[in-house]
Every structure is written in structure tokens, then in C-alpha cells.
Write a protein of this length. Structure first.
Length: 269
């Protein structure tokens, strides 16, 4: 069987982990064929770690020559990847899930073009349950995310609101609002809000983000109330060693998704 060519867009912590996973665990069925990153050195460093010795390409070249493209860069990059994938009719894995918030037409465009858009579960669990409950009637969805201050530093929202986290002594609520604002103000921190929104299809999700200097893990508490069931999910994620703004589980979820795509035995939805 001919190996599938996989292109990676974004050679940071997540993209690097995904590429190495494909190279070591999926080499019988797939190969990393192309890398794209605005930081050419990051792409070059990753290239030399892969046995497939992928080419470093422009985004357009990457997508046109790949069978499947994995975006692991940013919301801005995800927009470009989706646009090019629609033109080239290529399947994609989108990690920067916030790109779908307020852009529901992307899904319908993908259906018309006959391409598949994969969204990994990311830093949360229970996505299959959210999807099942949306087939019934969901009444309330809320998400409370608590992170160590280091996991939130650099967000423009903190600067605008003049919120200082460097000398924080106790837990502090820094944001309350809806999914759209949460993704807009914290694009690198709150992908799970977008994932939750997509999976549940519930429009009025209540989001609360807290900075807590007394914790070392990213903690997410999800509550869903529906006519069919009530879910209370608590996840404590270890921050990625190379990027404290994301969780180690997020990278693993992409690896699991890829394993499922290339497997003939699939568990769960």
C-alpha cells in the first residue's frame, strides 16, 4: 500500500511532537513529506530529526503535494490552511480550533468540496459524550479553566485590562464571558472552549478563566446539563514542557487522532 504524504504546518512543540510520532509509529502507512513554518530554522531542525527527510515548502506547495495536512501553528495559519485546502481539495487536521468560532461556513464549504476536516479533542476529555448529548436537548454548558500564571502570560487581554500576574499570591478570575470573546482574547490558551462549542453545538457556553499561583497543572472543569444526562468532568493537565500555554494532553490527542485515521479498528466516535 502506498504511504500517505502528510504535511505539517507549524514546527513548534505540537507540530514537532506530531511529526516525530508519524515518523516512529505510523511509518508503515504514512510519512511526513513537507514542513512549513515562518521560522525556517525550526523547520530545518525538525527536518533533520525525521527519517523521511521532508522538504521545507511554502504553505501552498505543502498543501498541494500532501494527502493530509496537519495545522499546528496559530488561528491565522489555520485560516490560510483551510482556504488553501478547500482550493486543493485536501483533508486537514486543525489544531487551532478557535478558527471555527464565528466561521461556521467553513464546515459547509468543506462538505461541498468533499474534504474531511478533523478536529482533535485537545486538552479535554468527553468529546464523544458532548456529541451524543447534542442529539438530544442541552440546557446548559459551562467551562472553568484554571492555569498557573505562566500559562497565561503574554495574552493581549491582560495588557489591555492592566492585569499583572507576575506577583499574584492567590487565585484570580481574569475573564468571564462567551466562547467568541474567550477565543479572541486568549487564542493560545483556550482552544478547549472552541472544541467544547463545536462538539456540543451549544451557543451560550459560560466561560471562566482563572490564574492560580498555587497550582502546577492546567485544570478544566466542564459541566453539561441536558434532558438526557448531566456531565461533570474535571481534567488536570500537565503543561507542555516546551510550551506552558498548552497541555501535554493536547499533543497526545492529535497523535491518537492520527492513529485512529490510519487504523481499521476505531473505538469511540
Amino acid at each position: 500500500m502506498k504511504k500517505k504524504n502528510i504535511g505539517i504546518v507549524g514546527c513548534g512543540a505540537i507540530g514537532r511532537g506530531v511529526a516525530l510520532f508519524i515518523d516512529k509509529k505510523l511509518s508503515a502507512k504514512a510519512r511526513v513529506s513537507a514542513l512549513t513554518d515562518t521560522n525556517n530554522r525550526a523547520a530545518l531542525n525538525l527536518k533533520h530529526k525525521l527519517s523521511s527527510r521532508p522538504e521545507i515548502m511554502t504553505l501552498k506547495e505543502n498543501i498541494s503535494k500532501s494527502d493530509l495536512v496537519v495545522e499546528a501553528a496559530s488561528i491565522g495559519a489555520a485560516k490560510n490552511v483551510l482556504g488553501q485546502a478547500l482550493l486543493c481539495k485536501k483533508d486537514v487536521v486543525i489544531v487551532s480550533v478557535g478558527v471555527f468560532v464565528g466561521n461556521a461556513s467553513i464546515v459547509s464549504q468543506a462538505e461541498k468540496k468533499g474534504i474531511t476536516v478533523y478536529v482533535p479533542s485537545g486538552a479535554i476529555c468527553g468529546v464523544d459524550g458532548f456529541g451524543a448529548l447534542r442529539m438530544g436537548k442541552v440546557k446548559k454548558v459551562s467551562l472553568v479553566t484554571s492555569k498557573p500564571p505562566s500559562g497565561l502570560l503574554g495574552a493581549d487581554y491582560l495588557k489591555r485590562k492592566k492585569i499583572k500576574l507576575t506577583s499574584l499570591k492567590k487565585e484570580k478570575i481574569i475573564f468571564k464571558g462567551g466562547v467568541k470573546d474567550a477565543v479572541r482574547y486568549f487564542p493560545k490558551n483556550i482552544n478547549i472552549a472552541a472544541t467544547l462549542s463545536l462538539a456540543s453545538e451549544f451557543k451560550d457556553i459560560e466561560i471562566c478563566i482563572k490564574a492560580d499561583p498555587n497550582i502546577k497543572r492546567n485544570i478544566h472543569r466542564i459541566f453539561i446539563d441536558s434532558e438526557q444526562a448531566r456531565l461533570n468532568i474535571s481534567i488536570e493537565n500537565i503543561p507542555s514542557k516546551s510550551n506552558p500555554k498548552t497541555s501535554a494532553l493536547a499533543a497526545l490527542s492529535i497523535q491518537f487522532l492520527l492513529k485512529k485515521i490510519f487504523s481499521n479498528f476505531k473505538v469511540g466516535s
